[in-house]
Design a protein around this ligand. Structure first.
Ligand code: NDP
Length: 309
């Protein structure tokens, strides 16, 4: 028997979709994926999720969300989807050799922040290295932070960080920003923000102290290296939606995000396949917005089922 709803991914969007689908008596199957709980499991304190005035640890919040969805009848499997076939209903979802069929599918595979790929960056992640100013700027009050990147995200993060930090240094690998003119101007005009051009970050210090004390800059024009003291490092070099699995199955936009039908609905171009969370959102990317779209996707799936039964 096909499942009524299969949810692929288990971050804020997936867990919320599971909770709503379960409470609609649809007994959803949630396939967790390789990073159960999604991006919040690699952050520390979450202080902007409503309902937690004292903040909550990301992994703890995700455990609670999963527990809540299971309480109402979500079945969870801790595996990774390896292949899908959305060409006809019921939709086919494989985990290795094992085939699951679903009358509807909700995709919530999220996006991953792109990283510089440094060993020190990985070790200090969550200890001064972050990819989300909205989440972490508050921890850098009156401190000096470095932002890497030259796009809209970097400008937005720098401008937001400048409300808290005493100084923000944007380091960009070229001498020309990629960001839109208006976002550039906002950052360039901000007296707290300064720019270091033609430069990359080669190392984050100090792993032995377990916190950020400096970054090693390398000027790519003259090869000169220097340590630059700072208290935090924000990586803003883009995000990659986790949509490899869906290429050729449903419409993606030119950046690889799932292309959605017009709001208000979380419908993709295939009737019965819905998407929610960061896999379809390049702009807001917040836990609470992901959860909101997860709720919407589950309601859409339920309505689709009742219209198509
Ligand atoms: P972008 O791809 O636009 O920019 C990424 C930036 O990071 C580029 O400047 C790039 O340099 C740099 N970069 C990439 N890889 C590296 C690396 N390994 N080392 C150093 N630097 C690197 O991504 P964004 O996240 O900024 O934006 C994504 C999309 O979201 C855009 O379309 C943007 O307009 C949109 N957006 C809109 C916002 C808004 O309207 N409020 C806010 C935020 C994003 P280079 O320029 O040399 O390639």
């Amino acid at each position: 028997m096909p499942r009524k709803v299969i949810i692929i991914g288990s971050g804020c969007a997936g867990c919320t979709a599971a909770l709503y689908a379960a409470r609609a008596n649809l007994n959803p199957l949630m396939i967790e994926g390789t990073e159960p709980g999604g991006q919040l499991t690699i952050t520390s304190d979450v202080e902007n999720y409503p309902g937690f005035p004292k903040g909550i640890l990301g992994p703890e919040l995700m455990n609670l969300m999963k527990e809540q969805s299971v309480r109402f009848g979500t079945d969870v499997i801790s595996e990774e989807v390896t292949k899908v076939d959305f060409s006809q209903r019921p939709f086919k979802v494989w985990v290795g050799e094992k085939l699951y069929e679903g009358e509807t599918v909700i995709i919530s595979t999220g996006a991953s922040a792109m990283w510089l790929g440094l060993e020190s960056e990985k070790k200090l992640w969550g200890k001064g290295v972050s990819a989300c100013a909205t989440c972490d700027a508050f921890f850098f009050k009156n401190q000096h932070v470095v932002v890497v990147g030259g796009g809209d995200t970097a400008m937005e993060e720098a401008t937001f960080l400048a409300k808290f930090a005493s100084k923000v240094t944007v380091v960009h690998r070229r001498h020309e920003l990629r960001a839109s003119k208006i976002m550039q101007k906002r950052a360039l005009d901000n007296p707290k923000i300064n720019f270091v051009w033609d430069t990359v970050v080669e190392e984050v210090k100090d792993v032995s102290q377990g916190k950020v004390t400096a970054v090693t800059f390398k000027n790519i024009k003259n090869g000169e290296k220097k340590d630059f003291a700072c208290d935090g490092l924000f990586i803003a070099i883009g995000h990659k939606p986790n949509t490899e699995l869906f290429k050729g199955q449903l419409a993606l936009d030119k950046k690889g995000y799932i292309a959605m039908k017009k709001l208000p609905s979380m419908a993709t171009d295939i009737p019965g396949v819905f998407a929610c969370g960061d896999v379809q959102d390049a702009i807001y990317r917040q836990a609470v917005t992901a959860a909101g779209t997860g709720c919407t996707a589950a309601i859409d799936a339920e309505r689709f089922l009742s219209h198509n039964e």
